[in-house]
Each structure stands twice: as C-alpha cells, then as structure tokens.
Design a protein around this ligand. Structure first.
Ligand code: ZN
Length: 340
C-alpha cells in the first residue's frame, strides 16, 4: 500500500510518501480501507519527536473508511461498510480498562502516537475500535470527529462536570477542541465566551453558537471576561493553549471555578499562585482524551446532527507535507483532512 512515513524526526520534509507492506490483520481484527484521516496538533509533536515513537512510523489519529475484511474471530460488519475508528489503543484487560476508563490504562496511547496511525491506505484494528457511521456524514466529516469531540466531551462533561446555565470560556475557537467545546457547552445550554485571533474566525465561532467573542490579539481576555460577567468570572475555562494564555485563563475564573486543560500548544511551563488557588477555591484539572463510553456518548449527538464537525480543507495524502505546513501556520478554522 501507499503510506506516508517518517524515518527521522524533523520538519514537514521528513514526511515521505512511499510503498510499504500491507498490514496483516490478526484473526481478531478488521482490515479497514482509509478514506480520510484528520490531522491534530499531536501529528506535529510526533513528527518533531516524542519519546516512545519507533521509526519508521505512520502518523495520523482520526480515521474514517470502509471495512475490507473481517478476521476469523470477529463479525458484525459487512465489506464496504462505512465506519470511523476510535483513535486509541489500550490493553482491554487491566483494572482501568475493565472499569471503562481506558484512558488510564498503562498501555493507553493515541493511534499515530506510539502505534502506527492512518496516513496510509489500510489499517488493521480490533473490533471495539470500529464504529459504523450514518450516510449523512461523509468520510472527511467523520474523520474530523473522534479525537477532538472526545477530548472536549471528557474535559467538559467527564472532568469539569458542566451543568446547564453555566458560563464557559473556550480558548481558541478555531481549533478542533475549541469548535467541539463551543458546541458541547451550548448543548448544555451554557453561555459561551470564546477567543480567536481575527474577526472572521470570531464570526465563524458565533455561527457555531458562541455567545460572545474576544480577539485575543487585540483584547485582554480576563478584562473582557470581567466586563461580560459583571466582574464575576466564568464557571469553567476550557484550556489547551498553554503558557501563552494560562494566566489570563486562571484570572477569568470565578470563585469556585474550574479550569480544565488538555494541551500546551504554546508551552508547558506555567505558574500557579497558591494564594489564589486556595483563597478563591479554584479547581485546576488535567484531561487526556476520554473513555470508550464517552466516545459513544458524544458520537450519538454527532450522528443526530446536534454536534457538527467542521472541515477546513482536504489534501491528497501524497501532499501531507503541505497539510502540515497549513496547520503549522494556524490558518485553519476546523480540521485538515488527507485522503489516500
Ligand atoms: Zn488496560
């Protein structure tokens, strides 16, 4: 099959479109033909070099495609059936996995991180990862869903315990997690404040349901939040930007508020003023991906059309370097997808 592999870590130039052997599915796996694979910031981190990544390596976490064949021990899908793939790998039998918290499994990893991903034509996966998709969702849309909608659902619902009527600040409206978090918070009838780097992006965020937008290059986030909330602050901040926005995010919380973070795109080292943490009774929570149960929960809303993936642009798989370049320049609103 054709695939894009990296043989060394580095810039987009290390992405190499080449022939590789077809995967040989085990008897307990399905073989899936990849029709679309969405990019995430994780692809950039892995390409630049992360511990545990063995070379050569295939990137790509979010996959939609068609069932090609079923191993001897698995059934339930017909050849040609349209599916998406749960973007994670876990052991399936440890205490965490059987308790349904696969994202706490010691073997847990995201597809395309320390196991091969979907920047290729064929992939073999176990049955729990294969989820049928409705006809209304095309492959590019379906591939744009799993990682970011699961991440945002786990942050807001699983970790922060969002409740109807709360005020939620979502950082980075144009990112995949931002787009998902805005819509999930609106599903819970929250008031949503979001941030973006220009007026057209803020306009698109409003179209997704955001009530108020802050231009994070022209305005100070916490000042605007204080104005909007009558000096009270927000119940929940959805953080994934990291060092560049952390202080503003913490300042935007109301007393008793919760900051939940899933990323550090602009850097991992931030300060915490313990006097603010205890006196204002803040909760600072970490969140990583989500559980299989949560994936099915959020997908129900996507399949019913209540949550909508946003596709920015599709590239042919052979042009993956251009797709990475597009992502690194942060020009997108929504997901970048490649098609084998
Ligand atoms: Zn496990």
């Amino acid at each position: 099959m054709k695939a894009v592999r990296i043989h060394q870590f580095g810039g987009p130039e290390v992405l190499t479109y080449e022939d590789v052997p077809d995967p040989q599915p085990r008897k307990d796996q399905f073989l899936i033909r990849v029709r679309a694979c969405a990019l995430n910031h994780l692809d950039l981190w892995v390409r630049k070099g992360l511990p545990g990544v063995k070379l050569p390596h295939i990137l790509g976490s979010d996959i939609a495609g068609e069932v090609v064949e079923s191993g001897e021990y698995v059934s339930g899908f017909k050849p040609g059936q349209r599916v998406l793939i749960a973007p994670m790998h876990y052991c399936g039998h440890c205490a965490a996995c059987v308790a349904g918290v696969q994202n706490q499994c010691r073997e847990f990893t995201v597809l395309g991180n320390t196991v091969d991903g979907g920047n290729c034509e064929l992939i073999a996966v176990p049955p729990a990862n294969v989820i049928p998709i409705p006809d209304a969702l095309d492959f590019n849309q379906a591939a744009s869903v799993p990682l970011v909608f699961l991440t945002a659902w786990h942050m807001l619902v699983g970790r922060a315990g969002v409740r109807p009527g709360q005020t939620v600040l979502v950082l980075g409206a144009s990112s995949g997690v931002g787009i998902a978090a805005i819509q999930i918070a609106k599903l819970f009838h929250c008031r949503v404040i979001t941030t973006a780097g220009d007026a057209p992006k803020l306009e698109k965020a409003r179209a997704l349901g955001a009530d108020l937008g802050i231009d994070h290059y022209k305005q100070k986030i916490s000042d605007e939040v204080r104005k909007i909330t009558n000096k009270e602050g927000v119940d929940i901040v959805v953080e994934h930007v990291g060092a560049a926005t952390w202080d503003e995010s913490v300042r935007s919380l109301k007393a008793g508020g919760t900051l939940v973070t899933c990323g550090a795109t602009t850097g991992p080292n931030v300060g915490v003023d313990l006097r603010h943490l205890f006196a204002r009774q803040l909760s600072l929570l970490g969140s990583y991906m989500g559980t299989m149960g949560e994936l099915h929960e959020v997908l129900k809303h996507v399949f019913a059309g209540r949550l909508k993936p946003v596709v920015d642009r599709a590239f042919p798989l052979k042009d993956l370097r251009a797709a990475h370049d597009h992502m690194e320049k942060s020009q997108m609103f929504g997901k970048i997808v490649v098609n084998p």
